[in-house]
Ligand binder design. Structure first.
Ligand code: GDP
Length: 297
């Protein structure tokens, strides 16, 4: 699915027109509009401030308005989505859903967009249009009696967008490695995607997905070959079909479970490290006290 970053006032795509480039500007309130709209807003009023056209916040005309490159704008948009506070409370006192971010990696055309469209919007399109940069989708799910809000980021598989993918990886809690069971190259490239993620994150909390399993007659990668790859890389493996809506919800539960378990492991390690450092401190204190006692003697 084609996704472009647009000015939220005039709806023009940033950087699209060669003679009239829409340079993105980030206002102090956090909303982004293009430079042309910003100039218009400033001119339209004689006051010392103008109103943000999106949230109506008063913005001083002289206040620094950051010049944004498209990449920086994307990064900031991502960051704002990641203002995560785990187990926050709502106004009504109920525990807020825990938020996790999941990124999809894999070659162009394996079905990354289609899987998310089927899962979240329950639709499927035979037409393939490339994702530009990345796409964001939200999915709420209940697991072990708790609410989770998952943010799925569908990255573009093309080489030129890999710098964007790298930024998104930094924010990811888990990863879906997706290949197409009818395309050997997409399977061979999994090693690349795995290392790409591992080099950035260190730990891989992920799930391997073999998509287009409805295309049985065209299949070139059998289940066992993919399962061997998954085992070697300590990943779970699942075959899906975005077209027939097969195994998508199961995939969500598996990746969510893996994320939760990895966070629990991390917390256990963290708390045991804290305890051991407290222990060593108390040992040091005891030694000091002993020394003092000796001196007193
Ligand atoms: P992306 O580049 O990885 O995001 O790939 P897309 O989601 O755009 O899908 C590429 C093409 O594969 C499109 O023509 C889709 O209709 C098709 N496709 C995606 N998933 C499936 C599937 O599960 N089964 C079949 N038969 N086709 C699929």
């Amino acid at each position: 699915m084609e996704k472009n970053i647009k000015c939220r006032r005039c709806d023009d795509i940033f950087g699209e027109k060669p003679d009239h480039i829409r340079v993105p500007r980030m206002l102090k309130c956090g909303d982004s509009i293009c430079q042309v709209c910003l100039k218009k807003l400033i001119k339209e009023t004689n006051e010392l401030y103008f109103l943000c056209p999106i949230c109506n916040t008063k913005i001083k005309k002289k206040q620094n308005i950051d010049k944004y490159t498209i990449n920086k704008l994307i990064i900031d948009t991502v960051k704002s989505f990641f203002n995560i506070t785990i187990n926050e409370m709502n106004n009504d006192g109920k525990e807020r859903a825990t938020k996790y971010s999941i990124v999809s990696l894999g070659n162009y055309g394996v079905g990354k967009t289609s899987l998310l469209e089927r899962l979240i919007d329950d639709r499927f399109s035979e037409i393939h249009s490339s994702t530009i940069g990345f796409d964001l989708k939200f999915y709420n799910v209940k697991f072990r009696n708790k609410e989770y809000k998952l943010t799925f980021r569908d990255t573009a598989g093309q080489e030129k967008y890999r710098s964007i993918a790298e930024t998104i990886l930094n924010l990811a809690d888990g990863v879906l490695f997706i290949y197409d069971v009818t395309d050997r190259e997409s399977f061979n490239d999994l090693e690349y995607w795995y290392n790409f993620y591992k080099n950035k994150k260190g730990i891989v909390v992920g799930l391997l997905i073999g998509n287009k399993c409805d295309y049985e007659s065209e299949r070139v990668i059998d289940y066992n070959e993919a399962k061997t790859f998954a085992d070697q890389h300590e990943l779970d493996y699942l075959e899906t079909s975005a077209k027939l809506d097969q195994n998508l919800k199961k995939a969500v539960i598996i990746i969510l479970r893996n994320i939760i378990e990895s966070k629990e492991r991390y917390n256990t390690i963290k708390s045991s490290t804290t305890f051991s450092s407290v222990d060593s401190m108390s040992t040091k204190l005891t030694k000091k006290q002993l020394k003092k006692r000796k001196c007193a003697c």
